[in-house]
Write a protein that binds this ligand. Structure first.
Ligand SMILES: Nc1ncnc2c1ncn2[C@@H]1O[C@H](COP(=O)(O)OP(=O)(O)OP(=O)(O)O)[C@@H](O)[C@H]1O
Ligand SMILES: [Mg+2]
Length: 499
């Protein structure tokens, strides 16, 4: 296929070399930073990436001529100064496709005078490693006419992190991912969404998705106390001693052995009747147990029934919109994640993706363990999940506060706009393949523009996230919403279309 000529390779002090070259850009075909280009050489088709673009004008190289220029304003009419201006691009060599189709490391530089061409879309697709047939269509490769369709395994099996500052488009991008996962014809996985603000609920309003989404109000979740160990309770109450934990464990065991489901009040009665406990221990245990009861989360049976909640090609949204207490949220996330992972290990639920919004709240880097109840299971999922097809997608606007153990196990990163230098530095440390020039671009990205790097792509690539098919939950602008609220005299129904 004929591809457009973009420029001509030139000689500079240290290029062309086997790692980089520069070229003068043809005026009629503008080239942008981050664009992929190719050069035909004896070795085959070289693929390179534009790292930087700058302008030069020989006339302004000499201080003398600049002085003359400032003196005589009309100098540009006497000299063709404009024609001496060139736009030069610096490109990094990435690989060379030989005639047999194999991709190799370049061993020869391109020659000065070689034409720089657009990369043929098919070749770029192969180079980046997209799956046009069955991939998840998250957007388009920027500056190229190519759909960014990510292979399911490569994008998710070694976990995904979506990082950016607030408002950059994380939830939007993940909604697009969910739309793609739920519309797959084959190779379907289940999706579990830990939805902090009820942002994903509106996905179910889309006709095509409505019967594929189940929404669970987190305030209604119940945990069967028989599945909860004394160690888990001790995590909630750090002052519980090892002896007290063991005693509580014995009480729970004896209730389990009785074979009937039980709740907190049953444990309280058992502790009250126990003869082996000292008065002090029993008093302390009773205080903790009544605190446990007041959480209102524990019951005789799980609700929902976690064995049956996940289905391939369907999503379950755990909606925490009405729950404010972070420890309660963590407790539920901890239990649900453990239960489902346990069931997955026994192959009793389908392979799944667990999406965690505001992951830094559930898996914080620095926090006392009683305030990081779900951290352990999320780190375990990050370390071991892939072997059992239990995959994670961690979303965070504060990567610095997110557990490094969990983040470093996320082998694909989707990074949208980030400007905070601490976060940028953290991202650089957690993603080895990221160069300084790529990092510079991250702070200038527009809403919805993302850098994808890691396992899912063979080379970091900028993607414009596609438009979602479903309506956004919080799509209404502040002013519009205020007008609607006034009109309805403050009586907008909960879950109305305005939200
Ligand atoms: N790819 C996109 N195309 C069009 N609009 C977008 C895109 N991504 C984001 N937006 C717009 O930007 C707004 C903010 O996006 P989003 O809610 O996804 O941000 P966020 O990164 O999740 O922020 P927060 O950290 O506050 O949750 C959206 O409501 C939407 O209007
Ligand atoms: Mg969001």
């Amino acid at each position: 296929m004929e591809t457009a000529k973009l420029g001509t390779v030139i000689t500079t002090q240290d290029s062309p070399s086997v790692s980089s070259f520069a070229f003068v850009i043809d005026e009629k075909n503008p080239v942008k930073r981050g664009q992929f280009i190719s050069v035909l050489t004896e070795e085959g088709t070289l693929i390179a990436n534009v790292m930087n673009i700058f302008k030069t004008n020989r006339y302004f190289e000499s201080a003398g001529s600049v002085k003359e220029y400032s003196k005589a304003n009309d100098l540009q009419h006497s000299f063709p100064i404009k024609e001496w201006e060139y736009t030069i691009a610096e490109a990094k060599l990435l690989g060379v496709y030989a005639a047999d189709g194999s991709l190799n490391r370049p061993s020869f530089p391109p020659s000065p005078g070689n034409s720089v061409l657009e990369v043929e879309p098919d070749l770029l697709n192969k180079f980046l490693g997209f799956d046009q047939e069955n991939g998840l269509h998250l957007g388009d490769v920027q500056q190229h006419n190519l759909k960014a369709k990510f292979n399911l395994t490569k994008l998710l099996q070694k976990h995904l992190a979506v990082l950016a500052m607030s408002g950059a488009g994380k939830s939007y991008a993940v909604s697009v991912l969910i739309e793609e996962l739920l519309s797959r014809k084959s190779g379907k996985i289940a999706v579990l969404i830990i939805d902090n603000h009820g942002e994903y609920v509106s996905l179910s309003k889309e006709k095509e998705l409505a019967d594929k989404i189940k929404i669970i109000d987190a305030t209604e979740v119940k945990i069967a106390l028989q599945h909860f160990s004394a160690q888990m309770i001790a995590k909630l109450f750090p002052s519980m001693s090892a002896v007290q934990t063991r005693e509580l464990g014995k009480t729970l065991d004896s209730l389990r052995k009785a074979g009937k489901p039980f709740e907190v009040s049953d444990v309280i009665s058992a502790v009250e009747q126990s003869e082996s406990l000292t008065e002090a221990s029993s008093g302390a245990l009773l205080a903790w147990l009544s605190e446990l009861d007041s959480l209102g989360i524990f019951g005789k049976a799980d609700w929902p029934n976690f064995d049956a909640v996940l289905e391939p090609g369907k999503a379950v949204i755990l909606n925490f919109r009405e729950m404010l207490d972070l420890r309660r949220k963590q407790l539920i996330v901890d239990y649900v994640s453990k239960r489902i992972f346990g069931l997955r290990r026994k192959e009793m639920v389908p392979p799944y993706l667990e999406i965690i919004e505001e992951a830094h709240n559930f898996c914080p880097e620095k926090m006392k363990s009683e305030n990081a109840l779900s951290k352990g299971i999320i780190e375990t999922l990050a370390r071991e999940g892939r072997k059992f097809y239990a995959n994670l997608c961690l979303i965070s606007q504060r990567p610095v506060q997110l557990s490094t153990t969990a983040l470093s196990q996320c082998n694909t990163h989707i990074i949208l706009r980030v400007t905070n230098p601490y976060d940028l530095d953290h991202i650089k440390k957690s993603a080895e393949s990221i160069s300084q020039s790529t990092l510079d671009v991250i702070s200038s990205l527009k809403v919805g523009e993302a850098l994808v790097l890691g396992e899912a792509v063979n080379y970091p690539v900028f993607v414009k996230i596609r438009q979602r098919k479903s309506k956004e939950s919080h799509g209404t602008k502040l002013e519009e919403y205020a007008v609607q609220w006034e009109g309805a005299k403050g009586k907008l129904a909960k879950g109305s279309d305005f939200l």
